[in-house]
Design a protein around this ligand. Structure first.
Ligand code: NA7
Length: 547
């Protein structure tokens, strides 16, 4: 920790990140509780995830009328979304509006990346150091760093030799990328790749998509919102708010109580067809047993695979796209705009990396080799001018662990989490007093509509800090037995579902070499989670040590 600088300013709370979480946390602590607060943000503007993710086709998969704050009726009333699903530019513009409307900008330091934070046990505050060496001091440290903010660029031999341009979708250049006349290679067919490919294909001379794992996708059916849509969203805003706060997923819809296995094949097909036509994530809410029974899930999987075969003209390409090895929605379920149809274009090629894995990146492309169906050795060189990595993130914990965060006894967060991220209620790690994580591991986070989960977390943390201030307490921390009990409870919830069974999933950390495998999001549902957190608060923060 650098100590050569003048005495740092003492804050009540320091928040890392100026996305949905950080801005609302700032509003609650500064504007409502009157505390002295600062937000440190690595970007030069607000927006968090959406500041960085402006890749072609990027679009939120929550619907715009629920992908927003609900704490201010006036804000809901005055803001008008333009499409069913908002894109990054509109989300960033919404967050700028919120920042100015609630006068938050004065408390945000942009272009400021936190390098380290250390808990001072003598005086019970956090000492926070930024890249430039300057430091801050705060009673409470709150990470609002997002779940998908550390880009994962896989180590592939030869990347340094590539003479063309390459980009990761999560660090997309603000000025955009010109694909006209270029041969583009895209690695990855997760939610991002599925959004990007149709848009890149529209202008690229040629697009080659390198698919390692085939994926399900449901049409998003995005559309422009008209005055009637907006009027209806505003009229129903209070009801929608109640719904998103009190259901398991934070979206504006409930999961059906019907079971796929108790529904006749004909009725099931018509329910799936209707959900397919409606589009969006709600498809997964068609039946209550889809994520708990492999047999039930297989009915949805078969429906989607049939659709892929109908949409894709070339039977071999369709088979490669539909050869999916995991249950539907057990990995993050993408939604798309003409993804499968994109493979009907003459300028798009799909490469099946299971048959011909990447051997290396060359000066002018990608070399893949493997065996064909007859056991013949195949080697193919794909010539490329631009390489797009749609290869995901070191999700949920990556950004937290890139900072050198140290709690009591100089314990680093990476040591505390050497066997995977363990905490109490997804909020606090044992040995790290006064550190709160917004939508960290062990909380519902990425399994929900994020702003709903964020509002719950931020409000809980704010109430907790208000309680600490009122009661004149200086530290709150989660003892190891509370952590142990929450980890067991979260694991037991996850084991009721098919989700932890997918071995190659970023929910488990399995996409990052060497990352400990532990199912990270809480699967018990936002409603249940909210009740558990509230009960602890109502009982004077039972399960936490306060002094
Ligand atoms: P994901 O869902 O992690 O998808 C990453 C994709 O990249 C996936 O298809 C991976 O294949 C592929 N990948 C990753 N590394 C490699 C290598 N080394 N070689 C080939 N293919 C690779 O990230 P997204 O950005 O799409 O989505 C993340 C979230 O952002 C999403 O859930 C939304 O909430 C928004 P794999 O499946 O690992 O075989």
């Amino acid at each position: 920790m650098n100590t050569q600088h003048s005495e740092p300013e003492m804050l009540d709370a320091l928040i890392i990140g100026a996305g949905f979480s950080g801005l609302y946390q700032l509003y609650c602590l500064q504007e409502k509780l009157g505390l002295k607060v600062k937000v440190l943000e690595a970007g030069d503007g607000v927006g968090g995830t959406w500041y960085w993710n402006s890749y072609p086709g990027a679009r939120c998969d929550s619907e715009s009328h629920v992908y927003c704050y609900t704490f201010s009726k006036e804000l809901t009333e005055e803001w008008n979304w333009s499409e069913r699903y908002p894109g990054p530019a509109e989300i960033v513009s919404y967050l700028n509006h919120v920042t100015d409307r609630f006068d938050l900008r004065k408390s945000i330091e942009f272009d400021t990346r936190v390098a380290a934070a250390r808990f001072n046990e003598q005086d019970n505050y956090w000492d926070i150091e930024i890249d430039a060496g300057q430091h801050y001091r705060a009673r409470y440290l709150i990470t609002a760093v997002g779940c998908l903010s550390s880009a994962n660029v896989p180590e592939i031999d030869g990347l340094n030799d590539f003479a063309g341009e390459w980009y990761h979708t999560g660090q997309w250049p603000k000025e955009g990328v010109q694909f006209e006349g270029k041969r583009v290679g895209q690695i990855g067919t997760g939610s991002t790749g599925i959004q990007a490919a149709p848009v890149i294909a529209q202008t690229a001379q040629h697009l080659t998509v390198f698919q390692r794992t085939a994926n399900y996708s449901i049409p998003a059916r995005n559309h422009i919102l008209n005055a009637k849509d907006r009027h209806s969203h505003k009229l129903n805003a209070a009801t929608t708010r109640e719904l998103t706060r009190n259901n398991s997923n934070g979206h504006g819809w409930l999961i059906s109580k019907r079971k796929a296995l108790k529904t006749s094949a004909d009725e099931r097909a018509s329910i799936y067809e209707k959900a397919w036509q409606t589009g969006g994530l709600k498809f997964r809410a068609s039946f209550s047993d889809l994520l708990i029974s492999e047999e039930a899930n297989a009915t949805a999987a078969a429906f989607i695979k049939r659709k892929i075969h109908q949409l894709v003209d070339d039977p071999e390409t369709a088979s490669t796209l539909a050869d999916i090895d995991h249950p539907y929605a057990a990995k993050r379920p993408p939604i798309d705009t003409h993804y499968f149809e994109t493979y009907n274009r003459d300028n798009v090629t799909l490469v099946d990396l299971r048959k011909t894995p990447i051997s290396k990146i060359t000066k002018d492309g990608m070399l893949c080799h493997g065996m064909d169906n007859t056991g013949q050795h195949i080697e193919t060189h794909h010539e490329l001018d631009i390489l797009v990595f749609a290869t995901g993130y070191d999700a949920i914990t990556g950004t937290l662990l890139r900072m050198d965060i140290r709690g009591r006894n100089d314990l680093t967060l990476s040591d505390a989490w050497s066997a995977g991220p363990r905490n109490h209620l997804g909020l606090q790690v044992a040995g790290f007093p006064n550190l709160f994580m917004v939508t960290g591991p062990g909380s519902p986070s990425v399994l929900t509509n994020m702003p709903a989960a964020i509002e719950q977390h931020v409000e809980w943390i704010s109430d907790c800090i208000a309680y600490m201030v009122e009661q004149n307490h200086t530290t709150i921390e989660s003892p190891e037995p509370s952590v142990e009990s929450w980890v067991n409870e979260a694991n037991a919830e996850a084991d009721k579902t098919l989700l932890p069974k997918v071995k190659h999933s970023w929910y488990l950390g399995a996409n990052i070499p060497g990352k400990p495998r532990m199912f990270m999001p809480y699967t018990g549902g936002l409603d249940k989670y909210r009740a558990i957190c509230q009960k602890a608060a109502d009982n004077n923060y039972q399960g936490f040590d306060i002094s």
